[in-house]
Design a protein around this ligand. Structure first.
Ligand code: BGC
Ligand code: NOJ
Length: 820
């Protein structure tokens, strides 16, 4: 069953009923000001950091679902028609049934249109490029054959900045809320009197006939956002908040003749003043509004809103235009051309901080996460990828290890979600390599970057990469495999934790010295990273280092083959007792997906039959119609020596859920093994668009990937959770664009090596790369993956497109597939 449809032409998903199985959300904002917006206008906004600089409130774990948002109410002031006297044009929070409803989630904007009793409303929400504000542009149309008097209300609940404190510290917070109201604009300025230099505001294009800034004055005692008494009675109190819960609500009275259309624009914004210019007059406590007023004025004008919206569309058109494909499959086309790329951008911006499933309070930017997000993002905005790499590297520790996360506002690493995840540093190498392959900006390796943000500790970025490699080599276990530390990619495989106290954090508890438990996964990742280091050292002309990395790589491969191979697949780990996990020897957790993916991606077993053996084992033991599960058999009880992985009921999350992030590794591995049909089959199983028809099972948004789909052991097999913020986005993008379609950047240029389904007779793609636009046509001539290339009409050797020196900005590439 579907709840909407794709509109690929406009790059939108159109939801046609408000009661989706879960809130289906979108993101507003591209650089500093961000918002989450659901299909019923729920969500919240923040500046840079969802925890530390939260602008509006949201109620977590909500009933009804999705409470708190950027709300508009419409009130029929007369002449009354049969029907409700007030309603929400976005359905929530009043949930009064609408005659028509449609939500269009697009690239950085959302439009919610509805109609009730002849009054149509359409609200376009977006954040103009380069601004710290969001626009809600409401267009009202009177389809009645008589004049309508309508009151329009805006409504947001302000957050007192630190979202964690706001949600818990009422003894203080109920006494500190402050606002100013001037010319209909509401300024939220809690703590501005002391150390803050920022405030939020809600402004309106029309003259305001009333306002409220004290929540209870607007809602009425013991009432909710579904039935504010001020809207019910039509009477605002012009309340000015002192403490309690500051809100922003404005009432605008609109008269609409029959057939008439009018616009009302609201802007919700964030503004910073210079410290010595905070107040006006200087010795007062009044906000100096001189620098914010021109911004407000600009965006309250409809033409400027239009211009800003067109600029946003152009921005996305240009970003997406860097890689476009036409294949025989619509799911592939729309995910590659639109939604997968879009999700990659969102994960790059948010890491794992703010979604419907991530509260914005718990996690900041993950070290491992952000490095992987970059793999799918780097071709869109290489400059921002560069900045991110340097930010991440600056949080690296002198040991080469990493903080598991940093706070986006401060860019400082912290241990809030633990440290000592021994895979973390190696991901930095993959990210830097991807950046270099895309840009050839070798200069980045010379950038002086500190450790742990300590001034004086700077070293060229290349030194950080060396320390990442050394970090693993300094931590090898009894089988010469890397010690796992707190955990590796699988946060929940906690082999040194041994936690038996209720509520103790698996992420921060350590009971063992960590000298025994080893990870085959990290071994595979090490081989992959060492390969990149060999190429980098080669390019830098550092022969000694090339040799050292080659030797380390070979040693690691040897360790994998002697202790990490189980006969039919790669083992997962060794536990603190030195026993194998992910082996036929185990009763539960016999085979895991992660080491099969990473080891084959690192090239292990590709020159004999062991890679295909491992992949066939995946097919046999782990593949389901909804995707590939993490391991089998699931853990049926809690194992002290395994940790959080066994804390989940079977089939969920890391305990044998379909942890989508890992599926593209198998797609890539299958493509590397030359098995295009298999790679593509796995691709389609978790492709959200291909799952649209089972939305009532899948439940999450059909336009973006979710972190997890319940595995075979769960009663809800096939049901997705944790949509949006997941490494699945970047890795799927890499799997389909670079390995299945096979267009991938290398240190030497753009390589084309498609491993597409046998039934496809070809595809077309355009890829912008190092300033040149390649128009690539792939035509199948026979079975197999052999390629013959013609560039600009001339046959060339191999499958890397040479960089032509003729200055042409557009290059035609013809590929004949299956000829060799
Ligand atoms: C979750 C993991 C997550 C980890 C780190 C665990 O509880 O299951 O998916 O990566 O916490 O925050
Ligand atoms: C989600 C985390 O963000 C990611 O870093 C981790 O690899 C997976 N969970 C698996 O545990």
């Amino acid at each position: 069953m579907r709840y909407g449809r794709f509109d690929d032409k406009h790059r939108e998903y159109v939801i046609d009923r408000p009661d989706t199985p879960l809130p289906w959300i979108n993101y507003l904002g591209t650089e500093e000001y961000f918002g989450l917006i659901s299909n019923t206008a729920g969500g919240y906004s923040f500046f840079k950091d969802a925890r530390l600089r939260r602008l509006t409130r949201y109620r977590y774990n909500n009933a009804p679902l999705d409470s708190g948002g950027r709300y508009i109410y419409l009130r029929d002031d007369g002449p009354h028609t049969p029907g409700p006297s007030f309603w929400s044009p976005s359905w929530q929070p009043t949930r009064i049934p609408l005659d028509e409803y449609e939500c269009r989630h697009g690239m950085g904007y959302t439009i919610i249109r509805s109609k009730l009793n002849g009054i149509e409303s359409s609200t376009r929400y977006f954040v103009p490029l380069g601004e710290s504000l969001e626009i809600w542009e409401l267009t009202l149309t009177n389809h009645r054959d008589e004049t309508a008097q309508i009151s329009v209300y805006s409504a947001v609940e302000f957050n007192l900045w630190d979202a964690m404190d706001d949600a818990t510290n009422y003894q203080r917070n109920y006494s500190i809320g402050e606002v100013e109201v001037l010319d209909g604009t509401i300024y939220h300025k809690t703590e501005y009197r002391e150390r803050r230099d920022h405030f939020a505001y809600l402004a309106c294009s029309e003259s305001v006939s009333g306002f409220d800034t004290q929540r209870e004055a607007f809602l009425g005692a013991y009432r909710g956002w579904d039935s504010p008494s001020a809207v019910e009675t039509g009477q605002m109190s012009d309340s000015v908040a002192h403490g309690w819960q500051p809100i922003g609500t404005q009432q605008v009275k609109v008269q609409l003749e029959a057939g008439e259309q009018k616009k009302v624009i609201f802007i919700l914004g964030y503004h910073e003043n210079l410290i010595n210019e905070k107040f006006d007059p200087p010795n007062s406590q009044t906000i100096n509004k001189r620098s914010v007023l021109p911004v407000i004025k600009k965006y309250l004008q409809s033409e400027n809103v239009d211009t800003a919206f067109q600029a946003l569309r152009k921005y996305w058109d240009e970003l997406l235009d860097k890689y476009q494909v036409t294949t025989p499959d619509e799911h592939t086309n729309r995910m590659v051309n639109i939604w997968n790329a879009y999700q990659v951008m969102i994960t790059f911006n948010m890491s794992r901080s703010a979604s419907y499933f991530e509260s914005g309070i718990g996690r900041g930017m993950g070290f491992r996460d952000s490095n992987q997000d970059l793999l799918g993002f780097v071709h869109m905005l290489p400059d921002r990828a560069r900045e991110r790499i340097l930010d991440l590297a600056a949080t690296q520790l002198p040991s080469g290890g990493a903080y598991h996360q940093y706070q986006p506002l401060t860019k400082r690493g912290n241990n809030a979600v633990g440290g000592g995840f021994n895979d973390d540093p190696l991901w930095l190498i993959l990210a830097v390599a991807a950046y270099l392959k895309e840009t050839v900006d070798w200069g980045i390796l010379d950038e002086a970057v500190p450790y742990d943000n300590q001034p004086g500790s700077e070293e060229p970025l290349y030194g950080h990469l060396q320390r990442s490699i050394q970090y693993t080599l300094d931590r090898l276990g009894p089988h010469s495999l890397p010690l796992i530390g707190r955990a590796d990619w699988n946060d929940c495989l906690n082999l040194n934790c041994f936690s038996d106290a209720p509520g103790e954090s698996f992420q921060t508890t350590t009971s063992k010295d960590g000298k025994v438990a080893e990870s085959v996964f990290i071994a595979g990742l090490f081989v992959l990273a060492a390969k990149e280091m060999i190429s980098i050292a080669e390019h830098l002309g550092k022969a000694d280092e090339m040799e050292a990395y080659s030797a380390a790589k070979q040693k690691m491969e040897k360790a994998v083959w002697s202790a990490g191979w189980d006969g039919e697949w790669f083992r997962r780990a060794y536990d603190d007792f030195g026993r194998a996990l992910g082996s036929k020897e185990n009763d539960e957790g016999q085979i895991f997906i992660e080491p099969q993916g990473i080891c084959v991606m690192a090239g292990l077993g590709l020159d004999d039959d062991r890679a295909t053996k491992a992949l066939d084992s995946i097919d046999k033991h782990l593949a389901t119609p909804h995707g590939i599960v993490l391991h089998q058999p699931a853990f049926s009880k809690y194992y002290l020596h395994l940790g959080e992985i066994s804390s989940y009921p079977p089939g969920y999350k890391e305990n044998a859920g379909i942890f989508c992030h890992t599926n593209p590794w198998i797609m890539i591995a299958e493509a590397m093994a030359g098995r295009g049909d298999k790679a593509y089959d796995y691709y389609l199983r978790i492709n959200p668009s291909a799952r649209e028809d089972i939305s009532e099972v899948h439940k999450c948004e059909p336009y973006i990937y979710a972190q997890m789909i319940a595995g075979v052991d769960a009663p809800t097999h096939g049901e997705a959770k944790n949509s949006w913020l997941t490494g699945t986005a970047a890795w799927n993008y890499v799997a389909i664009t670079q390995w299945i379609l096979g267009i991938r950047p290398t240190f030497d240029g753009l390589e084309v090596a498609p491993v597409i389904p046998s039934g496809w007779d070809g595809f077309e793609a355009t890829r912008s790369y190092r300033g040149i636009r390649y128009e690539i046509r792939v035509k199948r001539k026979g079975p197999g993956n052999g390629v013959r290339l013609e560039v600009g009409g001339n046959p060339i050797e191999g499958n890397i497109i040479p960089i032509l020196s003729n200055g042409k900005k557009e290059v035609q590439v013809q590929i004949w597939l299956g000829e060799k």
